[in-house]
Design a protein around this ligand. Sequence first.
Ligand code: R1P
Ligand code: URA
Length: 293
Amino acid sequence: MSIPNSELILNPDGSIYHLNLLPDHISDTILTVGDPARVAQVSRHFDSVEFETTHREFVTHVGYYRGKRLTVLSTGMGTDNIDIVMNELDALVNIDFMAREVRPAEERLSLRIIRLGTSGSLQADVPIGTMLATEHAVGLDSLMQFYPLMETGLETEVATELQKSLGLSFTPYVVRGSDLLREQLGAGMTMGNTLTCPGFYGPQGRSLRLPLRQPDYISRLQNFRHQSGEGEFRLSNFEMETAGYYSLGRLLGHEVLSLNAIVANRATGEFAENAGAVVDAMIERTLQHLVAK
Ligand code: R1P
Ligand code: URA
């Protein structure tokens, strides 16, 4: 069935509406960053850049790193942007733009999507400078109100207990990411569970002039524990996109990994003196792992 113009929106040159990309522009491995300026911080390591485009907060460079074709793309902040990025990247590989039809299941591609983001730690033993690979993502945002995400046993248990423990009027969603990608690219990094918040201030327990509804919100997050056959579950860090990536990755069939450079620590009150260097170290390490045999 042909997808109407109002749903699969293409620009006059045939590129997808927000990302401004044609199917040939992207590679099967995609590095994503929140900050548009971080795209060049990644692509300056490339041997060559073959394509660049910018539209709104979505900046894309495509090139080669030690002979491997890579795309690096900025998303801006928040899971509302991740809804756009994941749906449009998927459309670029799994929808025939000429026929406006979803490709048959046997022709569909699974992308590898790796988020290289900054994050705040919730725990004193996850210090600034840590590179953390997300095992489970916990979403406090509303994105999964709109898609039929299937959660498994542990995911549902954690979601229900966290709702109770935080006194929320809604149930968070919990998604485990790709074990394969985490083992390949997160080797040697700290593993953790990442809380995705729909904001940087109140939703991450920051109070500048506005009081929080729950003054003990941060300590509730820090002290949350769930015991199961798989061991103890706690929240290690927070940011604003990972749960959107992991849930849409599961729904669309893409392998996704969120890597977090810890630049703030909410247990100790510190912020990195050189956040750029922490991010740089994570970029270099990820690129090296991507081409390691
Ligand atoms: C907030 O400062 C932003 O930083 C984190 C959060 O997820 C949010 O997007 O990630 P990035 O550094 O990738 O943008
Ligand atoms: N990004 C976030 O979302 N939170 C932090 O504390 C630091 C970076």
